[in-house]
Design a protein around this ligand. Structure first.
Ligand code: ADP
Ligand code: MG
Length: 390
């Protein structure tokens, strides 16, 4: 799935309004009926809406679902990308889009720049892209999802990642600064670095090893476990002090983070520790003489008053949302960077029937919201210079 932004500057304010209407309608309908699109867009006269719909479908931002029982459209990942980029543009968090620097199995990573020219990273979550053939666990859970429910999970992943990054950054953990979140995307600080995976030798592996283990313990003391703390998700920044090379590890990738109260917390903690231990032994030929760290010890020194897992939950990423995402992580093997699920590129099958798409919000009152946003849109889209940049 490529992020192709060519068409973004040609969309009219009415096109945006219709695209938002399809998004809004998708909350309750897998396939949004055309009259509902028309209603939600709040545009007068039918022909205008039909023209917008055909414009949007032509550039694959929405898709007509074949063999449907009624005439309707669904939002595509492309459409969701455009909506997110447009929000980032309006909020001045993204001004221009640069090269793609990473293709995770379940995310695309781009370099972007702020209006002031600061280099940033845009991460687009793409849950559902993995190859299900290679997933050992319950395949039906994965196969039976429709495109809309994948987008819903991708939004949850981005929201969760942003929520955790925000508190971790504030508390001084070595993570990129989170800049913005919209839908299935986040914008964050660009870390000029290499993933640990790409580093052939480390001058003082014992020091780096100790720092990484300390990070795992420091997280647990605040109620958190990374859950995928491996050589792909640890970025290493190189600096110098005199003639010495200084390596600073920065952790990334938080959609699978769990609380130390999670039923399998001990397993996740041990797995993070063991992953680092094994990697250092195998790749960097370093074996620590110390055992551990141990989950029980980390909890003993934990500060119950300053639990970040509790704070994130209170900030809006609820237990229910966490459970939905947890199920997905479990079914995909619990390790989003596991090579067994790499390189699939499996497309999500189209489901023809109407399906309830689990979102609690109702459309009631939504039309006003869409209209209001669309009105804001108008003023922004007149800023042609900005539109051309994206
Ligand atoms: P995934 O969930 O697909 O594993 P990650 O967040 O781990 O996504 O990012 C994938 C890759 O993109 C990383 O291994 C790293 O090389 C690069 N990357 C991600 N975020 C940043 C960042 N803030 N700065 C620099 N590189 C990054
Ligand atoms: Mg990763």
């Amino acid at each position: 799935m490529k992020l192709d932004i060519k068409a973004i500057r040609y969309l009219t304010s009415e096109d945006w309004r219709v695209l938002q209407a399809v998004e809004q309608g998708s909350k309750n309908h897998e396939l949004v009926p055309t009259p509902l699109i028309q209603h939600l867009a709040g545009l007068r006269g039918g022909s205008g809406v039909h023209r917008c719909i055909s414009n949007l479908a032509k550039v694959d931002l929405i898709a007509k679902v074949k063999n449907a029982k009624y005439d309707g459209y669904r939002l595509t990942y492309g459409g969701l990308d455009y909506l997110a980029l447009n929000s980032h543009r309006k909020a001045d968090s993204v001004y221009s889009l640069g090269n793609q620097i990473g293709v995770g199995k379940e995310s695309d990573i781009y370099i972007t720049a702020s209006p002031e020219g600061r280099q940033l990273v845009l991460k687009l979550h793409r849950l559902g892209r993995i190859s299900f053939r290679t997933v050992k666990a319950n395949r039906d859970y994965l196969r039976n999802r429709n495109a809309g429910s994948w987008m819903h999970l991708s939004r949850l992943a981005a929201q969760k990642e942003h929520a955790f990054m925000r508190v971790l950054y504030r508390e001084g953990f070595p993570v990129p600064e989170p800049v913005a979140w919209s839908r299935h995307t986040i914008v964050m600080e660009f870390i000029d670095s290499f993933p640990l995976r790409m580093i052939e030798s480390v001058p003082d592996p014992g020091k780096l090893y100790g720092e990484l283990m300390e990070m795992i313990v420091a997280l647990a003391k605040r109620g958190l476990i990374h859950g995928d703390f491996n050589e792909f998700n640890i970025l290493v920044k190189e600096g110098t002090k005199g003639d010495k090379v200084i390596l600073t590890p920065i952790m990334i990738d938080f959609p699978q983070m769990v609380s130390t109260q999670h039923a399998n917390a001990q397993m996740y903690f041990d797995r993070d520790v063991e992953g680092v231990r094994r990697y250092f032994e195998r790749k960097l030929k370093y074996v620590s003489d110390e055992a551990g760290p141990f989950f029980a010890d980390a909890l003993k020194t934990a500060d119950p008053e300053r639990r970040l897992d509790v704070e994130v939950e209170a900030s809006g990423f609820s237990k229910k949302m966490a459970r939905e995402l947890d199920r997905y992580v479990e079914f995909t093997g619990g390790d989003m960077d596991d090579e067994t699920v790499a390189g699939g590129g499996g497309d999500v099958e189209e489901v023809e029937d109407e399906d309830e798409y689990d979102a609690e919000e109702d459309v009631e009152g939504a039309d006003d919201e869409v209209r209001e946003e669309a009105e804001q849109e108008d003023s922004h889209l007149e800023d042609a210079k900005l539109a051309a940049e994206l």
